[in-house]
Design a protein around this ligand. Sequence first.
Ligand code: NI
Length: 282
Amino acid sequence: MREARRYPEKLKDVFDTHAHLYDSRFEENGMTPEMILRNAASSGVTRILIPADNETTSLAACEFVRKYDGTEGVELFCSVGVHPHEASSYSPEVEERLLDMIKRKDELKIRAIGEIGLDYYYDLSPRDVQKEVYRRQLELAYENDMPIILHERDATGDSIDILRGLYKEGRLRENPGVCHCCTCSPEIARELVKMGFYIGFDGPLTFKNNKKTPSILENVPDDRIVIETDSPYLTPEPNRGLTNEPANVVWVADKIASLRGRTTEEIIGLTTENAMRLYELI
Ligand code: NI
């Protein structure tokens, strides 16, 4: 098996804001949680947020944090919520159980509601159900005073309409959350920033033929950029083709640094501070 390339410089205090560490693909590839966290620590990653996509993975994310928080000096956080792919699984009973977890958010280290949103690329749940479940969880986030992790693909029009409505009614928080793996237009990214959103960048930014993501980045000010891996998916260059892991988030920072004419250390510094504000850890 090809070895992952490690970042040549000594970096510290890196925050991977989005990694699905409970995903079975790690185990299938012989990667234990201890290995993943050891690799993360050796790349300078000291904080990771583990997002959920349905009720089962919400429990799995909380359980991963309970079991492994602090391993190799890496601090772990999680989110709970139902992804648009899984919108059909949402019910009053599921919502009740999500709320039970949210009530214990400090103890369980739950820092956001997500991933929630709309995905018309895969259309794995009917669109009207996706919209209803998205609205419902945006409401939950507002009522429980928590940021969201937004997943939106090929559904920018409907998603931004829902957000604009809430923004106008004053039912969007000052820190509404993060647009994870942002794929909308640069104009919409600017509008999201105006609403208070952070914008998440990951592997696709480093892909050679991707012109779109760099054009989104150009429209996002320094104080709103966060970095993520979306592990085990979306592995950045130069490790594309291998299973993604939080250690690779430094390559995303490296790419942002080269696009902005800054040093990787500077980008790490500002993205970590942004992530701390996003997940309200400072
Ligand atoms: Ni994800």
